[in-house]
Design a protein. Structure first.
Ligand code: ATP
Length: 369
């Protein structure tokens, strides 16, 4: 998938931008706070119907403005044109359209424009709670498996209802809580099977990328942990109903799943240096990219690299650039604050590229000399 043109109106600090993009590398350069991340967040928005950074849509609207609008003109891998539009007026709901036709449900759009993003916020994958790692699995799997997203929705609904019953003053109705547990078990087992298949396919590819970037200096591990491994999920959930009632929430289920990251057999979070943690996250995201390309109807995802090279030594930067400019990767969006650094990266890169200067929300394409 190639994003050929991007139009932005009133998105965060970008008042108006009309960008004609390279099918290869698109570099956004500017000082801190200039709006580089905001531009690539607009690209992210058009894939996921939401910002990667703001949970609330009204927050992406430029301060003092009454609406925002994003429009992307894509070329699919098959060569067909595709247009995606999102617009929202303050105080109303947003409208997402594909080729001029409004979606009834936003979930219908997820996966159409597959995208993998690497950003400084990804350090939370290592340092943050298990919800960050579950989100990584959910974001990838839901881009190629709509049934997964539906299962997740039904599971979360049953979980929220069960938690409400556990917290209520009145003793839970045994029949009703039993039905909710059955729903959680059915959907939970389906979610588990898909997460397990995903991780077992991702893990060897991830290790290969890590070895490649670190020149085989370190050995890393990635494992999937789930209560489903303790036996039939229904038994596992039901067994501790009395304890759950005391705690006021469900202690067991796939909402507690996690990914365990290790460096030489020790927890990455405790042992990894900043550069090693960054390498880990990048290898994970590159593996995710390959996985999506194979599964998301053979479409090459877009790759967003927001400020990724900070804290990495020159050899690792060189190896990463070598990987992403090789075959199998497609269009890339990258941000950097340092021109010399960017020029060094571009010298390594065999892709066609464009440079855009971002200054206080204004985006200008650099003329090629
Ligand atoms: N809704 C909004 N309206 C107007 N400006 C906003 C809004 N949301 C964020 N901003 C502004 O966007 C700027 C941050 O932009 P962005 O994160 O894209 O910077 P950046 O160029 O990536 O910087 P860095 O190099 O520091 O990562 C801040 O100045 C912030 O005030």
């Amino acid at each position: 998938m190639i994003l050929q043109k991007l139009s932005i109106l009133n998105y965060k600090n970008i008042k108006a931008a009309e960008l004609s993009l390279s099918p290869g590398m698109n570099c956004f350069i500017g000082s801190n706070g200039a709006g580089k991340t905001n531009v690539i967040d607009a690209v992210y928005y058009l894939s996921f119907c939401r910002s990667a950074l703001c949970a609330v849509d009204s927050q992406v609207m430029r301060h003092g403005e009454a609406f925002f609008m994003l429009e992307g003109s894509y070329q699919t891998d098959g060569g067909d044109p595709l247009s995606v539009y999102c617009g929202m007026k303050r105080g109303t709901k947003k409208h997402m359209k594909r080729d001029g036709k409004e979606y009834r449900r936003l979930s219908e759009h997820i996966g159409l424009v597959p995208l993998v993003s690497v950003s400084p916020a990804d350090s939370l994958l290592i340092d943050g709670g298990s919800e960050e790692r579950r989100r990584l699995m959910d974001i990838v799997i839901s881009q190629y498996d709509r049934a997964y997203l539906d299962s997740l929705g039904r599971y979360n609904k049953a979980l929220a209802q069960r938690n409400a019953m556990l917290r209520a003053d009145a003793e839970p109705d045994t029949e009703l809580i039993g039905i909710l547990e059955e729903q959680m078990a059915v959907e939970g087992e389906a979610i588990f099977a898909r997460r397990e298949a995903f991780v077992s396919e991702l893990e060897p590819v991830f290790r290969e990328f890590y070895d490649d970037i670190s020149a085989g200096h370190e050995s890393v591990g990635l494992a999937y942990e789930s209560h489903c491994r303790r036996g039939p999920l229904l038994d596992v959930i039901r067994r501790d109903r009395a304890k759950d009632r005391i705690m006021g929430y469900s202690l067991h289920g796939v909402h507690r799943d996690d990914l365990v990251f290790t460096l030489s057999g020790h927890p990455m979070k405790r042992e990894g240096s900043q550069g090693q943690s960054k390498t880990f996250v990048i290898a994970l995201k590159l593996a995710q990219f390959g996985f999506l390309r194979r599964t998301a109807s053979q479409t090459t995802p877009l790759l967003l690299l927001d400020d990724v090279f900070d804290k990495l030594d020159a050899t690792r930067v060189e190896r990463i650039v070598g990987i992403v400019s090789g075959s199998g990767f497609g269009q890339i969006f990258m941000t950097d604050t340092n021109r010399e650094h960017l020029d060094r990266i571009l010298r390594l890169c065999s892709h066609d590229y464009k440079i855009f200067h971002v200054d206080d929300g204004e985006v200008k394409e650099e003329e090629h000399v």
